[in-house]
Ligand binder design. Structure first.
Ligand code: 13P
Length: 257
């Protein structure tokens, strides 16, 4: 049985104070012995330690939104995985569509980061997803195949206990448009099958595949109840406790059966 993961991607939002308030609200609501649902927040780099200190010892983990593939050195503006683990950060989002499309990261760039983050012992949330034009021209599966193949090149089966895949259709991110439960399930099925073909049935079965793209309290339960949806990567709604907590609760209720 795969454990739900509900992760908040704060993107380039919050202040030190509002981020701290948000983290405190989550710590209060999420039980320390929270077995049913793994909960994670990914604040901007300048607030990682502030948020990390607040969630430390609670049922909420914290992760980064990016990292660099080199060891510490002369790479102005970048953040090493060694720095993330040094502050107790245990996860990193890689390959987010905003980094692919705005910052022009390629699958090759993402792959180097994935391998470095895995070597550092971090949990990697690898994001994949198609543009609206790609969906309209029925390229969704081909795009997912390219991004999975490129992002995971050279990654061996033993690393999969650290890997989470997030399906985030680009047209559903921050737009209020959500993939229908059927559209999400069909992409998730494709990804699970991809894992089976390229790795093994065991890895396909145990790897969590999150859905991201305008997840809100009113659509969370239906999306999370799809057989192959193992959690949510939440943007906008993760910035408000009264929206994020009900999404965590929806996952908890579903895992309780
Ligand atoms: P929204 O939930 O704001 O659509 O963002 C989704 C996302 O990009 C999470 O990584």
């Amino acid at each position: 049985m795969r454990r739900f993961l509900v992760a908040g991607n704060w993107k380039m939002n919050t202040t030190k104070e509002s981020g701290a308030q948000l983290a405190k609200a989550l710590v209060t609501e999420v039980p320390e012995e929270n077995q049913a649902v793994e909960v994670l927040v990914c604040p901007p780099f300048p607030y990682l330690t502030t948020v990390g200190d607040i969630v430390n010892g609670s049922g909420v983990g914290f992760g980064a939104q990016n990292c660099y593939q080199e060891a510490p050195g002369a790479y102005t503006g970048e953040t090493a995985t060694e720095m993330l683990t040094d502050i107790g950060c245990r996860s990193v989002i890689l390959g987010h569509s905003e980094r692919r499309h705005i910052l022009k990261e390629t699958d090759a760039n993402i792959n180097l980061k994935v391998k470095k983050a895995l070597d550092a012992g971090l949990q990697v949330i690898l994001c994949v997803g198609e543009l609206q034009s790609e969906r309209e021209s029925e390229q969704t599966d081909a795009v997912l195949n390219t991004q999975m193949t490129g992002g995971l090149e050279g990654v061996d089966a033993a690393a999969f206990d650290q890997i989470v895949v997030a399906y985030e259709p680009v047209w559903a991110i921050g737009t209020g448009l959500t993939a229908t439960p059927d559209q999400a399930e069909s992409a998730h099925q494709y990804l699970r099958n991809w894992l089976k073909e390229h790795y093994s049935a065991e890895i396909a079965d145990s790897t969590r595949i999150l859905y991201g793209g305008s997840v809100k309290p009113d659509n969370a339960k239906e999306l999370l109840s799809q057989e192959n949806v193992d959690g949510a990567l939440v943007g906008g709604a993760s910035l408000k406790p009264d929206l994020f907590i009900p999404i965590i609760q929806a996952a908890a209720e579903l895992s309780a059966g």
